[in-house]
Design a binder for this molecule. Structure first.
Ligand code: SF4
Ligand code: SF4
Length: 500
């Protein structure tokens, strides 16, 4: 493919048509009126296609260092094994979430809720401190969109080539380039969808099933289950549409974080900003002329910062909800400053206070509050996780009959004991009853339960009626491992006898 990956930024060489890009046409209020003077209101804003210009620089290298580990982690994690099972597997049919050496059951739902609360507070803290750094560097929408934009540039060429080609008629070359781009997008989207489903269904088995197509009496059959096919298709389409077609619209219109992040900002939050005092008055000038002698600031009004912006905004208009803090405009502007022989940083990470010549406060009540909340919650979460007992017991009393009286005159109650071994190894447990003097278990008092299994044990308890002090007494089933692992769990139930 003919590409111009490293479009050189030469301020003097930026033509008028490039510097005022067609991608961002200006619209006057008269455009919204018919000649008869009747206003036409658009309920939905029409999307203007953004042709983002490729740029390299310091922050784009950082984005590479944060994006690649995330991508590799996402695609490789489901292929790792822990013992004889997938290291990370959210096994919905068996209602077990395996994460490395831990297995979470539905009873562990509070841990999940807790993790989400910690993630939310961490995001608040990071946003108050560093602004939308999550959006610019680690959000999957940003990382995947960057891959899709790279594929677009690889197949269709530089920004200028793409604009020109899109304006021109469909030719064999244009068709081939566009088709290649969509094939690359779909291929990557499929890998994304397949991997995502691989977190919920064993990925190694799925990869064999993917290629096992057979023809039987019922026609064509495929190794993959129907729901796996459905979800792979769904996530393939979602990735293709979100990262290929919708891009910045997801950030601007769909992402709730973009909506509420402004309430977390203050004048000390680090944001990507244009230094208005230094840049204005903006305007073109010759390279080796002191701009001050012409009454100009450092901004040469080249529009490079607008052309590289993936959301199509002009950062010189101030902080905007569309800005995802990706710093592309910083790298773009810095390359211009370098070529003009000016100091870098006309657009930079800064705070509103610093721009106004005031001191930036790193430690401020809001940030300290978020930090303490995160620290306390993480400590409590880790403590609970370490104290978590991978054993659970439930008791269901036989409701068919209140009690039995044996030929020996003893009183018996029937129960079903459900012992869940949530550990990675099988264990042997001893069953004991507490809370009622003289009560005994009829049958075996020991049980072996395999790892990840829930054993249902029918059980009868027997007592001499002379030991009963009331017809309805509280008892406790205490289950204790007897193989040295020292796990214990208990469950409360009732023992019913004759009226006393
Ligand atoms: S204004 Fe700059 S930081 Fe904000 S989205 Fe555009 S390029 Fe990224
Ligand atoms: S802020 Fe920088 S990149 Fe943007 S128009 Fe001015 S000089 Fe060009």
């Amino acid at each position: 493919m003919g590409t111009d990956v490293n479009e050189k930024v030469v301020p003097g060489s930026v033509s008028k048509s490039e510097s005022t890009p067609e991608a961002i046409p200006t619209k006057t209020i008269e455009d919204d009126f018919h000649p008869a003077g009747v206003a036409e209101l658009d309920l939905y804003q029409k999307r203007e296609k953004i042709y983002a210009r490729h740029i390299e620089g310091f922050y784009q290298r950082i984005r590479l260092y944060t994006g690649w580990p995330l991508l590799l982690g996402y695609f490789l994690l489901p292929w790792l094994n822990w013992g004889d099972r997938q290291a990370v597997l959210f096994d919905l049919p068996n209602r077990q979430f395996h994460i490395l050496n831990l297995t979470f059951w539905p009873q562990d739902f509070p841990f999940l809720a807790w993790m989400l609360i910690i993630a939310a507070f961490s995001l608040f803290a990071v946003t108050a401190w560093l602004g939308r750094v999550w959006c610019g560097y680690t959000c999957p929408q940003t990382v995947w969109t960057a891959i899709f934009m790279w594929a677009e540039q690889f197949c269709e060429g530089s920004r200028n080539q793409r604009i020109k080609r899109d304006k021109g008629p469909m030719t064999a070359d244009k068709f081939t380039r566009k088709a290649s781009k969509h094939i690359m997008w779909l291929g990557f989207a499929f890998l994304t969808g397949f991997t995502f489903v691989g977190y919920f269904s064993p990925i190694r088995e799925m990869s064999f099933e993917l290629f096992s197509v057979g023809v039987g009496a019922d026609g064509l059959s495929w190794g993959l289950g129907w729901w796996e096919i459905a979800w792979i298709n769904f996530f393939t389409c979602a990735t293709y549409i979100n990262a290929g077609w919708m891009r910045e619209q997801v950030c601007i219109y769909m992402c709730p974080y973009a909506r509420f992040q402004s309430v977390m900002f203050d004048r000390d939050t680090l944001i990507v900003s244009y230094d208005y005092h230094r840049g204005e008055t903006r305007g073109p000038r010759k390279k080796n002329v002191d701009p001050k002698t012409q009454g100009l600031g450092d901004c040469v009004d080249c529009h490079i910062c607008v052309q590289v912006c993936p959301t199509g905004i002009d950062i010189r208009d101030g902080l905007q909800i569309e800005c995802i803090n990706c710093a592309l405009c910083i790298d773009g502007c810095n390359s211009v400053m370098e070529q003009m022989g000016y100091e870098k940083g006309l657009i930079r990470y800064t705070t509103e206070n610093e721009l106004d010549g005031k001191k930036t406060h790193l430690l401020r009540p809001r940030l300290i509050g978020y930090g303490i909340a995160v620290l306390v919650m993480v400590s409590l979460f880790l403590t609970s996780l370490m104290m978590r007992v991978p054993l659970q017991v439930d008791v269901i009393r036989d409701r068919g009959r209140l009690y039995y009286e044996t030929v020996d005159g003893l009183i018996e109650n029937s129960y079903t004991l459900k012992v869940m071994n949530m550990d990675q190894q099988s264990h042997e447990y001893k069953i004991a009853i507490e809370g009622l003097e003289g009560i005994t278990i009829v049958g075996s008092e020991q049980v072996i339960v395999d790892s990840g299994e829930a054993a249902e044990i029918p059980l009868r308890l027997s007592i001499d009626p002379v030991n009963l002090t009331s017809m309805n007494q509280t008892i406790y089933f205490v289950i204790e491992s007897i193989d040295g692992s020292d796990y214990q769990a208990e469950s409360e139930s009732r023992f019913i006898g004759p009226r006393i």
